[in-house]
Design a binder for this molecule. Structure first.
Ligand code: OSB
Ligand code: MG
Length: 369
């Protein structure tokens, strides 16, 4: 495929409910939509998962826009490349995985559309229903949290993840176990603890959690390995797995027993396929993470989730939990059995609604070869 033009559109959407993690409270979501077009005007879509501030990782929307405009888009325009080669074309740029992933994933969508195939087939899998989990933010009270878990269960979701931080860990977990029994339950700390807090994390061993996600610092592997030795509950790494090599290092060191794959965090699908290969070769369970994506990024996530190594329910929930309305129509929905169908059709199977994008647009620019 030849990259004739690339468009960037920064959108800002209100969230249906505020989402609070140990790193902050989000009431809206920013995203850069990327469309890559060939000379005939066929388009592939991607979504940059960087948000307004550098709180989950070092990137934000402004750094992503800058790196896309100044370094990544010029490396692609006019080039004849397959989707598999795009990440190589970005090798000279260090870091900025979310910016890289947004355009790399758009290239995968375009290549699949040009081949008339669903994206999951280009990725080496085939459509299957995806087991959906929910991620529930920190609430104003334990009672409110217990109610949110009840709603998620009533909607059919296959597992519940709650956000924790020091002072909001043992009590909410205990309350959920009391009210909801032995449901598949896990916690995500988003790097809120230090190794000195090992005692309060060990206290969670009593509750039979599926895993504790990213308890320690966002780039740490060594202390996670020390902590894992002291915990019965498996550690799952999210933030720390920023590259295929980090996944290898984490498993060699014993820093985690489960990995969450987010293509945005890893720099795109090629890097995600590499982590998938590493984990499946070592029989390490995988699940697909989420970044409060609009329907565009959500569709990408569902296609990647069809790969066989994704054995645990992912953070792939229905559109209506995030945006009303989503940028795509119809939105993505969860079925009563707690699974989500991969959008059918070629590529990711969805395109954004032009009027909704226009309404949400903050800034837009198109670059030509
Ligand atoms: O750590 O998994 C995370 C959302 C934004 C940033 C980081 C994370 C999350 C979530 C929500 O947990 C996942 C989702 O529902 O999209
Ligand atoms: Mg996480």
């Amino acid at each position: 495929m030849r990259f004739a033009s690339i468009g960037l559109t920064l959108v800002r959407l209100p969230l249906v409910r505020p989402f609070e993690t140990s790193f902050g409270r989000m009431t809206g979501r920013e995203a850069i939509l990327v469309d890559v077009q060939d000379a005939d005007g066929a388009a592939g879509w991607g979504e940059c998962v960087a948000d307004a501030g550098p709180f989950y990782s070092a990137e934000d929307s402004a750094t992503a826009w800058h790196v896309l405009e100044t370094h990544l888009i010029p490396a692609l325009l006019g080039q004849e490349l397959g989707a598999r080669d795009v990440s190589q074309a970005f090798r000279h740029v260090r870091g900025h995985q979310m910016a890289k992933a947004s355009v790399e994933m758009a290239a995968w969508d375009l290549e699949a559309r040009l081949a008339g195939k669903p994206l999951c087939e280009l990725l080496g899998a085939s459509a299957r229903p995806i087991e959906a989990g929910v991620s529930i933010g920190i609430q104003e009270s334990v009672a409110a949290l217990v109610d949110r878990v009840a709603e998620a269960r009533a909607s059919g979701y296959r597992r519940v993840k709650i956000k924790i931080k020091p002072g909001w860990d043992r009590e909410p977990v205990e309350a959920i176990r009391k009210a909801h029994g032995d449901i598949p339950l896990m916690v995500d700390a988003n790097a809120a603890y230090t190794i000195a807090d090992a005692g309060s994390l060990q206290a969670l061993d009593a509750f039979g959690l599926m895993m504790i996600e990213q308890p320690l610092d966002y780039d740490d592997l060594v202390q996670h390995a020390q902590l894992q030795k002291r915990l019965q509950t498996p550690i799952c790494l999210d933030e720390s797995i920023h590259s295929p090599q980090a996944a290898i290092d984490a498993l060699d060191l014993g820093s985690c027993r489960i990995i969450n794959i987010k293509p945005g965090r890893l720099g795109g699908f090629s890097a995600s396929l590499s982590v998938h290969a590493t984990a499946t070769a070592r029989q390490v369970p995988l699940w697909h993470g989420g970044m409060l994506e609009t329907g565009i990024g959500r569709a990408h996530n569902l296609h990647l989730s069809t790969l066989p190594g994704f054995t645990l329910p992912g953070d792939v929930a229905a559109s209506k939990r995030y945006f009303a309305p989503d940028l795509i129509e119809p939105g993505i929905d969860v079925r009563p059995d707690g699974t989500i169908l991969v959008p059918a059709g070629s590529g990711i199977g969805v395109v954004p609604q032009t009027d909704r994008v226009k309404h949400a647009t903050v800034q837009a620019q198109r670059f030509h070869a």
